[in-house]
Design a protein around this ligand. Structure first.
Ligand code: PLP
Length: 400
C-alpha cells in the first residue's frame, strides 16, 4: 500500500501535504487510510462543488467512459458540443473555448485579449492590468499577471507590459489606464488573496474605464464561478458583464476542465491555428461538467448556496461570541473567509492543522484567513458536525 512517506520519496516537493492520505469520499465526508473520518469544508480547493462521488457525476463519467474518451481537435465530440450550448444558454457568452485548468483558461483569456487588441488597434496595444495580491494561476504568464511576486520571482525574465493596481481602488486603476491597455483582469473575490470581495462601485468603475479605453474586461471566475457565490457566476451580482470570463475548479466538480466564455465578436480572433490544446473539450471532462451544470444551475441549488452561506455566518457569529478568534467573516455564498483577529495574526495554518486533528478539512487564504469552500449541496447536519469539530479546534487553538 502506498503511504504518505512515498510522497517524500517519489514526488517533486512542490507541496507539503497533510500527514494522512484520503482514500474515500462521499458527499461532504472523507476517510483516510486509517478509516478516520473528516468533514470536508475545503471541497478540494473550491473544486468539489457537489461533494465527493455525486451520483449524477459518477453516472455521467461511467456512461461516457464506455463510449469515447478522446478524438483530438480534428473532430468535435457530443459532450463538448452539449456543454458549450449549456454554458451559452446560461450566461452572457456566445462562444466557449475549452481547456483543462484555471491557469490555462486565464492564459487563453490573456492571449485572446492581446490578440483582439493587436488585430483591432495595432501592435502597441498590449498592456495588461491586474490587481496587487491577485491570483490567476501558475504558468509564467499567469503568475506574472497575478499580483503576488512570491509566485513570479526567480524564473528569469517575465512577460512585459503588465502593471498592478490596488484592488478596490478605482483611482489606482485609473492612474494606470490608457489607450494601450489590452485588458484588465480581475477576480470578483480575491480567493487566494484572502477571500476579499470586490466592491460594486469598483467593478462598475473598472467596466467603464475599460469601455472608455477600448480595453477588454476579463473576469477570473475560476474560484467564484459555477454557483459558489449563489448565482451561476458571481458577476451577475455586481451588475457588470465581462468581455471574457474564465472558469475552472467547480466546473468539473473534481474532474479537470477549464473554459473561457466570450462573445462571438471577440471569439473570432481565435481563428483556426491561433490557439489550442490537446485535451481541451475532452469528452469525459465535458460529460461530467454537463451533468454538474444541470444540477448546479437550478434555483434549488443556487438559493441553497445563499441559505447555507447565511447559516454558516449565523453559526460562526455565535461561535465567535464564545471564542473570539476572528475579527470578521467575509466572502459570498459558500466562499467564506474567517479573518483572524490581530492577536492571532499569521496563525491560520496552525489552526488548519488543529482542524485536521479534529476531523475537519478547511483551507487557508494567506497567513491570516481560514477559508471554507464546502460542497454547494452540503447538508445542514454536515455543517453542524463540521462546526462542532471547528469549535474543538478553536478551543485547542486558544489554549495553545
Ligand atoms: C485556482 C485559481 C486559478 C488557477 O487554477 P488552476 O486550475 O490551479 O490552474 C486561477 N484563478 C483563480 C481565481 C483561482 O482561484
Amino acid at each position: 500500500m502506498p503511504t504518505r512517506a512515498d510522497f517524500d520519496r517519489y514526488l517533486v516537493p512542490t507541496y507539503a501535504p497533510a500527514d494522512f492520505v484520503p482514500v474515500l469520499g462521499a458527499g461532504s465526508r472523507l476517510w483516510d487510510q486509517n478509516d478516520r473520518e473528516y468533514i470536508d469544508f475545503a471541497g478540494g480547493v473550491a473544486v468539489n462543488a457537489l461533494g465527493h462521488c455525486h451520483p449524477a457525476l459518477v453516472a455521467a463519467l461511467e456512461e461516457q467512459a464506455t463510449k469515447l474518451w478522446h478524438v483530438s481537435n480534428w473532430f468535435v465530440n457530443e459532450p463538448a458540443l452539449a456543454l458549450a450550448r449549456q454554458l451559452v444558454n446560461a450566461t452572457f457568452a456566445e462562444r466557449i473555448f475549452f481547456c483543462n485548468s484555471g491557469a490555462e483558461a486565464n492564459e487563453a483569456a490573456l492571449k485572446l485579449a492581446r490578440r483582439v487588441a493587436h488585430d483591432r488597434f495595432g501592435a502597441q496595444k498590449y498592456k495588461i492590468l491586474s490587481a496587487v495580491n491577485s491570483f490567476h494561476g501558475r504558468t509564467l504568464f499567469t503568475v506574472s499577471v497575478g499580483g503576488q511576486s512570491k509566485y513570479s520571482d526567480g524564473f528569469g525574465p517575465k512577460p512585459e507590459g503588465i502593471a498592478h493596481f490596488e484592488y478596490n481602488n478605482l483611482a489606482s486603476l485609473e492612474a494606470l489606464m490608457d489607450d494601450d491597455v489590452a485588458c484588465v483582469m480581475l477576480e470578483l473575490i480575491q480567493g487566494e488573496g484572502g477571500v476579499l470581495p470586490a466592491s460594486k462601485e469598483f467593478l462598475q468603475g473598472a467596466r467603464a474605464l475599460c469601455d472608455k479605453h477600448n480595453a477588454l474586461l476579463v473576469l477570473d471566475e475560476v474560484q467564484t464561478g459555477v454557483g459558489r457565490t449563489g448565482t451561476l457566476f458571481a458577476h451577475e451580482q455586481f451588475g457588470v458583464t465581462p468581455d471574457i470570463l474564465s472558469s475552472a475548479k467547480s466546473l468539473g466538480g473534481g474532474f479537470p476542465i477549464g473554459a473561457i466564455l466570450t462573445t462571438a465578436d471577440i471569439a473570432k480572433h481565435f481563428s483556426p491555428g491561433v490557439h489550442g490544446t490537446t485535451y481541451g473539450g475532452n469528452p469525459l471532462a465535458c460529460a461530467v461538467a454537463g451533468a454538474l451544470l444541470d444540477v448546479v444551475n437550478s434555483p434549488e441549488v443556487l438559493d441553497g448556496v445563499k441559505t447555507k452561506g447565511q447559516y454558516f455566518r449565523d453559526r460562526l457569529a455565535l461561535i465567535n461570541a464564545e471564542f473570539p478568534v476572528f475579527s470578521e467573516v467575509r466572502g459570498m455564498g459558500l466562499l467564506l473567509g474567517n479573518v483572524l483577529a490581530p492577536q492571532y495574526a499569521g496563525r491560520a495554518f496552525e489552526l488548519l492543522g488543529l482542524c485536521s486533528k479534529h476531523g475537519l478539512m478547511v483551507l487557508i487564504a494567506g497567513p491570516d484567513v481560514v477559508r471554507f469552500a464546502p460542497s454547494l449541496v452540503i447538508t445542514e447536519a454536515d455543517i453542524d458536525e463540521g462546526l462542532s469539530r471547528f469549535v474543538a479546534a478553536l478551543k485547542d487553538f486558544i489554549a495553545a
